[in-house]
Every structure is written in C-alpha cells, then in structure tokens.
Design a protein. Sequence first.
Length: 88
Amino acid sequence: MRESAIYQEILQEGRQEGRQEGRQEGRQEGEATLVLRLLTRRFGTLAPELRAQIPQLSIAQLEELGEALLDFSSMQDLIGWLQTRQKA
C-alpha cells in the first residue's frame, strides 16, 4: 500500500500542507514578536493582558498594528486600537 501512487500523492500533499502551515505560524509568531518589541520600546513594559492579546491577532491585523503604532502617543491609543479590533 505504501508503494501505491495514490498513497504517495496523499503523503506528499500532507507534507506540503504541513510545511505551509508551519511557515504561516512562524510568520505570525515573528510578526507578533516584532510588534511586541516595538510597543515595549515605545511605551515600556506592557501589561500582561495586553501582551497576551497581540499574539492572538491575525497576520493582517499585526501588520496593521505595526503601522498604526507609529502614530500612537499613549498606551490608551493601543488599548483603543485593540478594542476596536475585538468588536470586528
């Protein structure tokens, strides 16, 4: 059975999906780490509840936050930004 073409094709597809998911997770993790570093540099230590919210964002939201934080002048701006995204 392991030698059949269908088995090999299914196995290959599974490997490709696994690699793609791994790359996606790695990218999201990297984006979250960068955004957290930038926020910490801008505002100092973040509250644990804020730190916990950032990794839960999608890649698109992390990219948006990365740009938006350049305009933040206070921690309240971050809190407001996160609140508007939770409602969406």
